[in-house]
Write a protein that binds this ligand. Structure first.
Ligand code: ADP
Ligand code: ARG
Length: 463
Protein backbone atom coordinates (compact mmCIF):
# COMPACT_ATOMS: atom_id res chain seq x y z
CA UNK A 1 0.00 0.00 0.00
CA UNK A 2 1.27 3.50 -0.63
CA UNK A 3 2.31 5.63 2.35
CA UNK A 4 -0.13 8.42 1.34
CA UNK A 5 -2.87 6.02 2.44
CA UNK A 6 -1.47 6.27 5.97
CA UNK A 7 -0.82 10.02 6.16
CA UNK A 8 2.76 9.60 4.90
CA UNK A 9 3.68 6.92 7.46
CA UNK A 10 4.54 3.29 6.84
CA UNK A 11 2.82 0.70 9.05
CA UNK A 12 5.78 0.60 11.49
CA UNK A 13 5.70 4.37 12.01
CA UNK A 14 1.91 4.30 12.30
CA UNK A 15 1.90 1.68 15.03
CA UNK A 16 4.74 3.37 16.90
CA UNK A 17 2.49 6.46 17.00
CA UNK A 18 -0.62 4.45 17.94
CA UNK A 19 1.34 2.91 20.84
CA UNK A 20 2.54 6.30 22.08
CA UNK A 21 -0.97 7.79 21.96
CA UNK A 22 -2.46 4.75 23.73
CA UNK A 23 0.14 4.93 26.52
CA UNK A 24 -0.44 8.65 27.13
CA UNK A 25 -4.26 8.55 26.63
CA UNK A 26 -5.85 5.46 28.17
CA UNK A 27 -9.32 6.91 27.41
CA UNK A 28 -8.67 6.86 23.65
CA UNK A 29 -10.47 3.67 22.59
CA UNK A 30 -9.26 3.82 18.99
CA UNK A 31 -5.59 3.45 19.87
CA UNK A 32 -6.47 0.97 22.62
CA UNK A 33 -8.19 -1.46 20.23
CA UNK A 34 -6.30 -0.86 16.95
CA UNK A 35 -3.58 -3.52 17.04
CA UNK A 36 -0.97 -4.28 14.42
CA UNK A 37 -2.25 -7.85 14.28
CA UNK A 38 -5.76 -6.72 13.37
CA UNK A 39 -4.41 -4.23 10.83
CA UNK A 40 -2.15 -6.82 9.17
CA UNK A 41 -5.04 -9.26 8.78
CA UNK A 42 -6.52 -7.06 5.99
CA UNK A 43 -5.46 -6.50 2.38
CA UNK A 44 -4.11 -3.12 1.30
CA UNK A 45 -7.46 -1.73 0.14
CA UNK A 46 -9.15 -2.62 3.42
CA UNK A 47 -6.15 -1.34 5.40
CA UNK A 48 -6.59 2.07 3.77
CA UNK A 49 -10.27 2.17 4.79
CA UNK A 50 -9.50 0.99 8.32
CA UNK A 51 -6.94 3.77 8.64
CA UNK A 52 -9.56 6.30 7.53
CA UNK A 53 -11.93 4.96 10.22
CA UNK A 54 -9.22 5.38 12.87
CA UNK A 55 -7.54 8.58 11.67
CA UNK A 56 -9.65 10.90 13.89
CA UNK A 57 -8.44 9.11 17.03
CA UNK A 58 -4.82 9.35 15.90
CA UNK A 59 -5.10 13.03 15.01
CA UNK A 60 -7.08 13.82 18.20
CA UNK A 61 -5.38 12.06 21.09
CA UNK A 62 -8.09 13.28 23.51
CA UNK A 63 -10.83 11.31 21.69
CA UNK A 64 -13.05 9.04 23.76
CA UNK A 65 -13.97 6.83 20.83
CA UNK A 66 -11.62 8.09 18.15
CA UNK A 67 -13.16 6.39 15.12
CA UNK A 68 -16.04 6.62 12.66
CA UNK A 69 -17.25 4.02 10.16
CA UNK A 70 -16.73 5.03 6.54
CA UNK A 71 -19.14 2.56 4.88
CA UNK A 72 -22.33 0.91 6.18
CA UNK A 73 -20.64 -2.51 6.38
CA UNK A 74 -17.49 -1.36 8.19
CA UNK A 75 -18.78 -2.44 11.59
CA UNK A 76 -18.83 -6.04 10.33
CA UNK A 77 -15.86 -5.85 7.91
CA UNK A 78 -13.67 -4.42 10.68
CA UNK A 79 -15.51 -6.17 13.51
CA UNK A 80 -12.24 -7.30 15.09
CA UNK A 81 -11.48 -3.63 15.73
CA UNK A 82 -14.94 -2.18 16.23
CA UNK A 83 -16.76 -4.87 18.22
CA UNK A 84 -14.68 -4.80 21.45
CA UNK A 85 -14.50 -1.00 21.22
CA UNK A 86 -18.29 -0.72 20.86
CA UNK A 87 -18.96 -3.10 23.76
CA UNK A 88 -16.44 -1.28 25.93
CA UNK A 89 -17.96 2.16 25.21
CA UNK A 90 -21.55 0.95 25.68
CA UNK A 91 -20.71 -1.26 28.68
CA UNK A 92 -22.27 -4.31 26.98
CA UNK A 93 -21.79 -8.05 27.25
CA UNK A 94 -20.11 -9.86 24.35
CA UNK A 95 -23.39 -11.51 23.27
CA UNK A 96 -25.73 -8.48 23.65
CA UNK A 97 -27.93 -7.90 20.57
CA UNK A 98 -29.86 -4.73 19.86
CA UNK A 99 -33.68 -4.65 19.87
CA UNK A 100 -35.77 -1.83 18.34
CA UNK A 101 -38.97 -0.98 20.26
CA UNK A 102 -40.84 2.32 20.06
CA UNK A 103 -43.88 1.23 22.05
CA UNK A 104 -43.94 3.75 24.90
CA UNK A 105 -47.51 2.96 25.99
CA UNK A 106 -46.15 1.41 29.20
CA UNK A 107 -43.96 4.31 30.34
CA UNK A 108 -44.96 7.01 32.83
CA UNK A 109 -48.66 7.15 33.64
CA UNK A 110 -50.36 5.30 30.78
CA UNK A 111 -47.69 6.39 28.32
CA UNK A 112 -47.73 10.04 29.47
CA UNK A 113 -44.47 11.65 30.62
CA UNK A 114 -45.61 14.98 32.04
CA UNK A 115 -42.80 17.25 33.28
CA UNK A 116 -45.25 19.42 35.25
CA UNK A 117 -45.47 16.43 37.63
CA UNK A 118 -41.78 17.12 38.33
CA UNK A 119 -42.53 20.73 39.21
CA UNK A 120 -41.27 21.97 35.83
CA UNK A 121 -42.93 24.35 33.39
CA UNK A 122 -42.78 24.09 29.62
CA UNK A 123 -39.39 22.86 28.38
CA UNK A 124 -37.70 22.78 25.01
CA UNK A 125 -37.83 19.08 24.10
CA UNK A 126 -36.12 17.32 21.20
CA UNK A 127 -35.73 13.72 20.10
CA UNK A 128 -33.47 12.90 17.16
CA UNK A 129 -32.27 9.75 15.46
CA UNK A 130 -29.25 9.30 13.21
CA UNK A 131 -29.92 7.38 9.99
CA UNK A 132 -27.91 6.50 6.87
CA UNK A 133 -28.98 5.12 3.54
CA UNK A 134 -27.67 1.67 2.68
CA UNK A 135 -26.75 2.62 -0.86
CA UNK A 136 -24.27 5.43 -0.10
CA UNK A 137 -20.91 5.64 1.64
CA UNK A 138 -21.11 7.09 5.12
CA UNK A 139 -20.25 10.83 5.24
CA UNK A 140 -16.53 10.29 6.05
CA UNK A 141 -15.98 8.54 2.72
CA UNK A 142 -18.31 10.56 0.47
CA UNK A 143 -16.78 12.80 -2.17
CA UNK A 144 -18.38 16.04 -3.34
CA UNK A 145 -20.24 14.34 -6.21
CA UNK A 146 -21.71 11.70 -3.88
CA UNK A 147 -22.78 14.35 -1.36
CA UNK A 148 -24.65 16.22 -4.11
CA UNK A 149 -26.16 12.99 -5.46
CA UNK A 150 -27.35 12.12 -1.96
CA UNK A 151 -28.94 15.56 -1.53
CA UNK A 152 -30.76 15.10 -4.84
CA UNK A 153 -32.10 11.71 -3.70
CA UNK A 154 -33.38 13.36 -0.53
CA UNK A 155 -35.10 16.13 -2.51
CA UNK A 156 -37.51 13.46 -3.79
CA UNK A 157 -38.24 12.32 -0.24
CA UNK A 158 -38.68 15.91 0.99
CA UNK A 159 -41.14 16.57 -1.85
CA UNK A 160 -43.25 13.68 -0.55
CA UNK A 161 -43.24 15.27 2.93
CA UNK A 162 -43.98 18.76 1.62
CA UNK A 163 -46.94 17.34 -0.36
CA UNK A 164 -48.22 15.59 2.79
CA UNK A 165 -50.67 17.88 4.72
CA UNK A 166 -49.34 16.52 8.04
CA UNK A 167 -45.93 18.05 7.29
CA UNK A 168 -45.61 20.58 4.43
CA UNK A 169 -42.61 22.83 4.99
CA UNK A 170 -39.49 23.89 3.09
CA UNK A 171 -35.93 22.86 2.25
CA UNK A 172 -32.97 24.97 3.34
CA UNK A 173 -29.79 24.02 1.50
CA UNK A 174 -26.20 25.26 1.81
CA UNK A 175 -24.98 23.63 -1.42
CA UNK A 176 -23.56 26.47 -3.58
CA UNK A 177 -24.50 24.66 -6.81
CA UNK A 178 -25.20 21.14 -8.00
CA UNK A 179 -23.02 19.20 -10.50
CA UNK A 180 -22.15 20.87 -13.82
CA UNK A 181 -23.09 24.29 -12.43
CA UNK A 182 -26.78 23.44 -12.08
CA UNK A 183 -28.41 26.06 -9.83
CA UNK A 184 -29.69 24.99 -6.42
CA UNK A 185 -33.25 26.30 -5.98
CA UNK A 186 -33.13 25.75 -2.18
CA UNK A 187 -29.90 27.68 -1.53
CA UNK A 188 -30.18 30.00 1.48
CA UNK A 189 -28.21 33.14 2.39
CA UNK A 190 -25.56 33.27 5.13
CA UNK A 191 -27.98 35.35 7.22
CA UNK A 192 -30.71 32.73 6.92
CA UNK A 193 -28.20 30.00 7.82
CA UNK A 194 -27.09 31.92 10.95
CA UNK A 195 -30.73 32.45 11.94
CA UNK A 196 -31.50 28.71 11.57
CA UNK A 197 -28.44 27.71 13.64
CA UNK A 198 -29.44 30.16 16.36
CA UNK A 199 -32.96 28.69 16.37
CA UNK A 200 -31.44 25.16 16.79
CA UNK A 201 -32.93 24.17 13.43
CA UNK A 202 -29.67 23.76 11.48
CA UNK A 203 -26.28 22.46 12.52
CA UNK A 204 -23.07 24.40 13.07
CA UNK A 205 -20.16 24.67 10.64
CA UNK A 206 -18.70 21.15 10.78
CA UNK A 207 -15.31 22.35 9.58
CA UNK A 208 -14.83 23.78 13.08
CA UNK A 209 -15.06 20.31 14.69
CA UNK A 210 -11.57 18.72 14.70
CA UNK A 211 -12.97 15.19 15.21
CA UNK A 212 -15.26 15.41 12.19
CA UNK A 213 -12.65 17.22 10.12
CA UNK A 214 -9.93 14.61 10.37
CA UNK A 215 -12.48 11.84 9.72
CA UNK A 216 -13.37 13.48 6.40
CA UNK A 217 -16.96 13.90 7.62
CA UNK A 218 -16.69 17.70 7.37
CA UNK A 219 -15.04 17.60 3.89
CA UNK A 220 -16.48 19.52 0.94
CA UNK A 221 -18.36 21.81 3.35
CA UNK A 222 -20.98 23.13 2.66
CA UNK A 223 -21.86 20.85 -0.29
CA UNK A 224 -24.66 18.38 0.38
CA UNK A 225 -25.60 20.08 3.65
CA UNK A 226 -28.95 21.47 4.77
CA UNK A 227 -32.31 20.51 6.19
CA UNK A 228 -36.02 20.16 5.60
CA UNK A 229 -38.39 21.65 8.18
CA UNK A 230 -42.16 21.11 8.44
CA UNK A 231 -44.59 24.03 8.27
CA UNK A 232 -45.20 23.99 12.04
CA UNK A 233 -41.44 23.93 12.60
CA UNK A 234 -41.48 20.82 14.78
CA UNK A 235 -40.28 18.16 12.34
CA UNK A 236 -36.77 18.56 10.95
CA UNK A 237 -34.47 16.39 8.85
CA UNK A 238 -30.82 17.41 8.63
CA UNK A 239 -28.86 16.12 5.65
CA UNK A 240 -25.08 15.88 5.38
CA UNK A 241 -24.04 16.21 9.02
CA UNK A 242 -22.22 13.48 11.01
CA UNK A 243 -24.81 11.03 9.73
CA UNK A 244 -26.33 11.37 6.29
CA UNK A 245 -29.63 12.08 8.07
CA UNK A 246 -30.57 13.32 11.52
CA UNK A 247 -34.34 13.08 11.81
CA UNK A 248 -35.91 14.91 14.71
CA UNK A 249 -38.95 16.34 16.40
CA UNK A 250 -38.56 19.43 18.58
CA UNK A 251 -40.96 21.74 20.39
CA UNK A 252 -41.62 23.58 23.62
CA UNK A 253 -44.07 21.62 25.74
CA UNK A 254 -44.69 19.59 28.86
CA UNK A 255 -45.35 16.06 27.53
CA UNK A 256 -42.17 14.27 26.47
CA UNK A 257 -44.14 11.46 24.86
CA UNK A 258 -45.50 13.91 22.26
CA UNK A 259 -42.14 14.57 20.55
CA UNK A 260 -41.24 10.88 20.85
CA UNK A 261 -44.48 9.62 19.27
CA UNK A 262 -44.44 12.25 16.53
CA UNK A 263 -40.89 11.28 15.57
CA UNK A 264 -41.94 7.63 15.41
CA UNK A 265 -44.84 8.53 13.12
CA UNK A 266 -42.61 10.66 10.90
CA UNK A 267 -40.02 7.88 10.61
CA UNK A 268 -42.70 5.49 9.36
CA UNK A 269 -43.67 7.99 6.65
CA UNK A 270 -40.03 8.58 5.65
CA UNK A 271 -39.18 4.86 5.54
CA UNK A 272 -42.15 4.23 3.26
CA UNK A 273 -40.80 6.67 0.63
CA UNK A 274 -39.34 4.95 -2.42
CA UNK A 275 -35.54 4.95 -2.48
CA UNK A 276 -35.20 5.31 1.30
CA UNK A 277 -33.65 2.21 2.81
CA UNK A 278 -31.79 2.75 6.05
CA UNK A 279 -28.57 0.85 6.81
CA UNK A 280 -29.17 -1.66 9.61
CA UNK A 281 -26.79 -4.10 11.28
CA UNK A 282 -28.03 -7.40 12.75
CA UNK A 283 -25.90 -6.88 15.84
CA UNK A 284 -26.00 -3.12 16.35
CA UNK A 285 -29.34 -1.92 14.95
CA UNK A 286 -29.28 1.33 12.95
CA UNK A 287 -25.84 2.08 11.52
CA UNK A 288 -24.36 5.49 12.32
CA UNK A 289 -20.98 7.08 11.55
CA UNK A 290 -19.95 7.19 15.20
CA UNK A 291 -20.06 3.99 17.28
CA UNK A 292 -21.52 6.07 20.13
CA UNK A 293 -24.79 6.52 18.20
CA UNK A 294 -25.29 2.93 17.00
CA UNK A 295 -28.48 1.07 17.82
CA UNK A 296 -31.28 3.56 18.28
CA UNK A 297 -29.27 6.51 16.92
CA UNK A 298 -31.44 8.36 19.42
CA UNK A 299 -30.65 11.36 21.56
CA UNK A 300 -33.64 12.60 23.56
CA UNK A 301 -32.96 15.91 25.25
CA UNK A 302 -34.50 18.74 27.20
CA UNK A 303 -33.18 22.18 28.04
CA UNK A 304 -33.49 22.67 31.81
CA UNK A 305 -32.36 25.41 34.15
CA UNK A 306 -30.15 24.21 37.03
CA UNK A 307 -28.63 27.42 38.47
CA UNK A 308 -27.60 25.79 41.77
CA UNK A 309 -25.65 22.98 40.11
CA UNK A 310 -23.97 25.47 37.75
CA UNK A 311 -23.40 28.34 40.17
CA UNK A 312 -19.65 28.39 39.43
CA UNK A 313 -20.50 29.12 35.78
CA UNK A 314 -19.37 25.66 34.60
CA UNK A 315 -21.00 22.28 34.07
CA UNK A 316 -18.54 20.46 36.35
CA UNK A 317 -20.90 19.87 39.28
CA UNK A 318 -23.84 19.13 36.97
CA UNK A 319 -21.75 16.43 35.26
CA UNK A 320 -20.76 14.94 38.63
CA UNK A 321 -24.42 14.50 39.46
CA UNK A 322 -25.72 13.65 35.97
CA UNK A 323 -23.01 11.11 35.05
CA UNK A 324 -24.00 8.47 37.62
CA UNK A 325 -27.64 8.99 36.60
CA UNK A 326 -26.69 7.95 33.05
CA UNK A 327 -27.24 11.47 31.71
CA UNK A 328 -25.05 13.65 29.50
CA UNK A 329 -24.79 17.39 30.02
CA UNK A 330 -24.26 19.57 26.95
CA UNK A 331 -24.33 23.32 26.36
CA UNK A 332 -27.36 25.12 24.98
CA UNK A 333 -25.86 25.15 21.47
CA UNK A 334 -25.33 21.37 21.51
CA UNK A 335 -22.20 19.23 21.84
CA UNK A 336 -18.98 21.09 22.71
CA UNK A 337 -20.79 24.38 23.47
CA UNK A 338 -20.98 26.30 26.78
CA UNK A 339 -23.92 26.19 29.19
CA UNK A 340 -26.40 29.09 29.21
CA UNK A 341 -25.64 32.15 31.36
CA UNK A 342 -28.79 31.45 33.42
CA UNK A 343 -27.71 27.86 34.16
CA UNK A 344 -29.65 26.24 31.32
CA UNK A 345 -28.15 22.97 30.08
CA UNK A 346 -29.03 20.27 27.59
CA UNK A 347 -29.72 16.96 29.36
CA UNK A 348 -30.01 13.61 27.56
CA UNK A 349 -29.60 9.92 28.43
CA UNK A 350 -26.16 8.63 27.39
CA UNK A 351 -27.37 5.22 26.20
CA UNK A 352 -28.13 4.63 22.53
CA UNK A 353 -27.25 0.95 21.94
CA UNK A 354 -28.66 -2.20 23.58
CA UNK A 355 -31.53 -0.12 24.89
CA UNK A 356 -35.03 0.24 23.45
CA UNK A 357 -36.21 3.60 22.13
CA UNK A 358 -39.09 3.63 24.66
CA UNK A 359 -36.58 3.07 27.47
CA UNK A 360 -34.56 6.12 26.39
CA UNK A 361 -37.49 8.52 26.71
CA UNK A 362 -38.43 7.01 30.09
CA UNK A 363 -34.83 7.33 31.22
CA UNK A 364 -34.84 11.01 30.27
CA UNK A 365 -37.95 11.62 32.37
CA UNK A 366 -36.70 9.69 35.42
CA UNK A 367 -33.26 11.24 35.09
CA UNK A 368 -34.60 14.80 34.94
CA UNK A 369 -36.67 14.06 38.06
CA UNK A 370 -33.57 13.01 40.00
CA UNK A 371 -31.49 15.84 38.60
CA UNK A 372 -34.08 18.40 39.70
CA UNK A 373 -34.10 16.85 43.18
CA UNK A 374 -30.32 17.27 43.30
CA UNK A 375 -30.71 20.85 42.06
CA UNK A 376 -33.11 21.60 44.93
CA UNK A 377 -30.86 19.91 47.45
CA UNK A 378 -27.83 21.84 46.20
CA UNK A 379 -29.70 25.08 46.79
CA UNK A 380 -30.29 24.12 50.43
CA UNK A 381 -33.99 23.40 49.78
CA UNK A 382 -35.61 20.06 50.42
CA UNK A 383 -35.82 17.76 47.45
CA UNK A 384 -39.39 18.24 46.15
CA UNK A 385 -40.27 14.56 46.33
CA UNK A 386 -38.79 14.18 49.82
CA UNK A 387 -41.50 14.55 52.38
CA UNK A 388 -39.94 15.60 55.67
CA UNK A 389 -39.47 12.51 57.79
CA UNK A 390 -40.36 13.11 61.39
CA UNK A 391 -37.74 12.10 63.93
CA UNK A 392 -38.33 8.46 64.86
CA UNK A 393 -40.61 7.88 61.89
CA UNK A 394 -42.95 7.28 60.35
CA UNK A 395 -40.86 7.09 57.20
CA UNK A 396 -43.30 7.95 54.42
CA UNK A 397 -46.03 6.37 56.50
CA UNK A 398 -43.95 3.29 57.35
CA UNK A 399 -42.42 2.28 60.66
CA UNK A 400 -38.84 0.99 60.59
CA UNK A 401 -39.97 -2.65 60.21
CA UNK A 402 -42.13 -1.87 57.17
CA UNK A 403 -39.39 0.33 55.74
CA UNK A 404 -36.76 -2.41 55.92
CA UNK A 405 -39.15 -5.00 54.56
CA UNK A 406 -39.53 -2.70 51.51
CA UNK A 407 -35.77 -2.05 51.30
CA UNK A 408 -35.14 -5.82 51.28
CA UNK A 409 -37.71 -6.40 48.52
CA UNK A 410 -36.30 -3.61 46.34
CA UNK A 411 -32.73 -4.86 46.87
CA UNK A 412 -33.70 -8.42 45.87
CA UNK A 413 -35.46 -7.29 42.70
CA UNK A 414 -32.94 -4.54 41.77
CA UNK A 415 -29.35 -5.60 42.38
CA UNK A 416 -28.15 -2.40 40.68
CA UNK A 417 -29.81 -0.19 43.32
CA UNK A 418 -26.88 0.68 45.60
CA UNK A 419 -29.02 2.49 48.14
CA UNK A 420 -31.04 -0.57 49.11
CA UNK A 421 -27.93 -2.74 48.80
CA UNK A 422 -26.00 -0.74 51.39
CA UNK A 423 -28.76 0.59 53.67
CA UNK A 424 -28.95 -2.07 56.40
CA UNK A 425 -31.18 -2.11 59.47
CA UNK A 426 -28.07 -2.36 61.61
CA UNK A 427 -26.64 0.86 60.20
CA UNK A 428 -30.00 2.60 60.52
CA UNK A 429 -30.52 1.55 64.14
CA UNK A 430 -27.09 2.83 65.13
CA UNK A 431 -28.39 6.44 64.84
CA UNK A 432 -30.66 8.49 67.06
CA UNK A 433 -34.14 9.47 65.85
CA UNK A 434 -33.11 12.83 64.40
CA UNK A 435 -30.26 11.32 62.40
CA UNK A 436 -32.53 8.46 61.28
CA UNK A 437 -34.91 11.06 59.84
CA UNK A 438 -32.11 12.63 57.80
CA UNK A 439 -30.70 9.26 56.70
CA UNK A 440 -34.15 8.31 55.46
CA UNK A 441 -34.31 11.51 53.42
CA UNK A 442 -30.89 10.70 51.91
CA UNK A 443 -32.13 7.24 50.89
CA UNK A 444 -35.71 8.06 49.94
CA UNK A 445 -34.95 8.59 46.25
CA UNK A 446 -33.58 5.05 45.92
CA UNK A 447 -36.63 3.62 47.64
CA UNK A 448 -39.04 5.63 45.47
CA UNK A 449 -37.08 4.93 42.27
CA UNK A 450 -36.23 1.27 42.23
CA UNK A 451 -34.24 1.59 38.99
CA UNK A 452 -31.75 3.96 40.69
CA UNK A 453 -28.07 3.21 40.26
CA UNK A 454 -27.03 5.15 43.35
CA UNK A 455 -30.37 5.89 44.94
CA UNK A 456 -29.26 8.46 47.46
CA UNK A 457 -28.25 12.09 47.91
CA UNK A 458 -26.60 13.77 50.86
CA UNK A 459 -28.85 16.33 52.52
CA UNK A 460 -26.17 18.27 54.42
CA UNK A 461 -22.47 18.85 53.72
CA UNK A 462 -21.41 16.47 56.53
CA UNK A 463 -23.75 13.59 55.71
P1 ADP B 1 -27.17 16.11 18.27
O1 ADP B 1 -28.25 16.33 19.25
O2 ADP B 1 -27.68 15.89 16.90
O3 ADP B 1 -26.21 15.06 18.75
P2 ADP B 1 -26.02 18.64 19.15
O4 ADP B 1 -25.86 18.21 20.56
O5 ADP B 1 -24.85 19.39 18.56
O6 ADP B 1 -26.28 17.43 18.16
O7 ADP B 1 -27.32 19.52 19.06
C1 ADP B 1 -27.75 19.98 17.80
C2 ADP B 1 -28.65 21.19 17.93
O8 ADP B 1 -29.86 20.81 18.56
C3 ADP B 1 -28.06 22.32 18.75
O9 ADP B 1 -28.45 23.55 18.20
C4 ADP B 1 -28.74 22.14 20.08
O10 ADP B 1 -28.81 23.31 20.85
C5 ADP B 1 -30.11 21.70 19.62
N1 ADP B 1 -30.87 21.02 20.68
C6 ADP B 1 -30.63 19.83 21.23
N2 ADP B 1 -31.54 19.54 22.17
C7 ADP B 1 -32.40 20.58 22.21
C8 ADP B 1 -33.56 20.88 22.95
N3 ADP B 1 -34.05 20.04 23.85
N4 ADP B 1 -34.19 22.05 22.70
C9 ADP B 1 -33.71 22.92 21.77
N5 ADP B 1 -32.62 22.70 21.04
C10 ADP B 1 -31.97 21.53 21.24
N1 ARG C 1 -15.08 11.59 17.98
C1 ARG C 1 -15.19 12.19 19.26
C2 ARG C 1 -14.55 11.30 20.32
O1 ARG C 1 -14.21 10.19 20.04
C3 ARG C 1 -16.64 12.50 19.62
C4 ARG C 1 -17.53 11.29 19.80
C5 ARG C 1 -18.92 11.53 20.31
N2 ARG C 1 -19.58 12.60 19.63
C6 ARG C 1 -20.15 12.52 18.43
N3 ARG C 1 -20.66 13.63 17.90
N4 ARG C 1 -20.23 11.39 17.75
O2 ARG C 1 -14.38 11.71 21.45
Amino acid sequence: MCSSDLDGMDADALFAKVGEIAAANPGNRCTKYLTREIFDSFDDTAKAVLFRCAKTGIDNADSGLGCYAMQPNDYSTFGKFFDPLIRDYHGAAADAKHITDWDASGVGEGGVLDVTKLGLDELSMRVRVGRNLKKYNLPGMMDKAERIDFEKTMLGAFKALIDNPDYGGAIYSLTPEFADGEANPNLISTEKYDELVKAHVLFKDMDADPFLKSAGIASDWPYGRGCWQSTDGQCIIWFGEEDQLRIMCMKKGTLLNEVFDRLNAMLKVVEAIEGIEFAISDDYGYVTSCPSNLGTGMRASVHVKIPNLTKDGTDTRAKEIAGPLGLSVRGTGGEHTPIGADGTVDISPQSRLFIKECEIIEKLYNGVKLLMEAEQAEGGGAAPAAAPAAAGGPYDGMDADALFKKVGEIAAANPGNRCTKYLTREIFDSFDDTAKGVLFRCAKTGIDNQDSGLGCYAMQPND
